[in-house]
Design a protein around this ligand. Sequence first.
Ligand SMILES: [Zn+2]
Ligand SMILES: [Zn+2]
Length: 136
Amino acid sequence: MSLFRGGCLCGAIQFEGREAPLHTFYCHCTDCQKETGGPFATEIYVKVESMTVNGDLVSYDVIGDSGKAVTRKFCRICGCPILTEFEVEPVYICIKACSLDDASWLKPEFHLYVKSKQPWYEISDGLPQYQGDMEW
Ligand SMILES: [Zn+2]
Ligand SMILES: [Zn+2]
């Protein structure tokens, strides 16, 4: 049974999730800033096994703070960033929160990589702020 659905701008990528996200958060790391073009990314953290993703994703790897690969996956046609895989923790993935068809029910919990937050973006939601990654 699907709990939520989503996809990319052009519709070539479609996904569904069968379990609620373990976490919802903001990431202010410089890679997420580049990827989204905004001051932060909003992400949900889910179990890989709870997701079905259909469509033709292309990927780009960077080496993360862990020293292991972080793989960002995009729609080949419209270029929307959809999900991120972590070699260090392959059981979980991050999905761009607002690629959900309805993201209104999500409740962001904290901010990551506040050390690279843009100075012109002020956090005023009172949520916990972490300088780097969280210890999951
Ligand atoms: Zn697309
Ligand atoms: Zn990030």
